[in-house]
Design a protein around this ligand. Sequence first.
Ligand SMILES: N[C@@H](CCC(=O)N[C@@H](CS)C(=O)NCC(=O)O)C(=O)O
Length: 283
Amino acid sequence: MNNYVLHGYGESVASNVVRLALSEKQISFDYNLVYLESKGDHLKDDYKKLNPKTLIPTLVVNNKPIPESIDIMKFIDNEHPNQGISLFPANKDEEFDRLLDYLFLDDKKELGETFGTTGGGISVPVLGKLLSKRSFFAVLWDYLKNHGTSKRKPIFVMVRLFSGPPPGLYKKMMTFLAKHLVYTENYLNHGKKYIYGDEYTAADCLLTPLLHRVNEMRFHGVFDGTEFPNLSKYWDTISSRPSYKKGIIDYETGEWKPVLEDLYGNGPNTYNDLLWSEIEKIK
Ligand SMILES: N[C@@H](CCC(=O)N[C@@H](CS)C(=O)NCC(=O)O)C(=O)O
């Protein structure tokens, strides 16, 4: 048995962040899979005791729960300063904190406001289908009564009502996603190997799952080297690190793949063209 137990879900951006960090730090842990929309395991009392916001992930260390992906990364980096990579570089400056803020899935911010919150926004078509495995009234009751983050209650109820994004939401997400992809492409003009410099850091643990989500949601052409050469190069670099397979791919639950096939067959996201027209407007 390990000292660490991670409660997470396979296809979850914030869980992917922490699993990447654990893998980069070469830390072993026990894992508890918490099903989200399809079963609502995170809304049950047992989990709520660990994470009152009913969000994943939570790292439990000798029976003490640590919620919040950034706090988990800080904790493991402090506990294991000489093991694996340094997630928070000693010479980090304000720009590093600003970058974390931009890439972090901050549950207090609006969807789309930062790249971090846009990752959640572009996932909504899949979340809607997974929520639809439960009756509307079961979801309504469960989320209103048990969800620990008030802001999210009406969002999930609406997403269940429409079995996907409520009218206009996904279109808005395309505008945000376009903006964040262009911003990140330009940011990488710094010519460094990773987002904050030449070493892999916590900022890459945050950015990798976001780009993975863009890919997973079938936004084609982002990483083929034509429109976004910097992002494409960055993607090749981070996705060929062992942590990408160990922390992300190996943990897929298998719930998302059939839903994505139902939604898009073998083709791109139905909003792919809209995304590209938004990109063209601001490039
Ligand atoms: N700020 C939190 C955000 C965690 C978060 O939003 N997790 C998502 C999955 S990526 C979640 O728990 N979603 C389920 C829900 O809101 O019901 C962190 O970084 O740990």
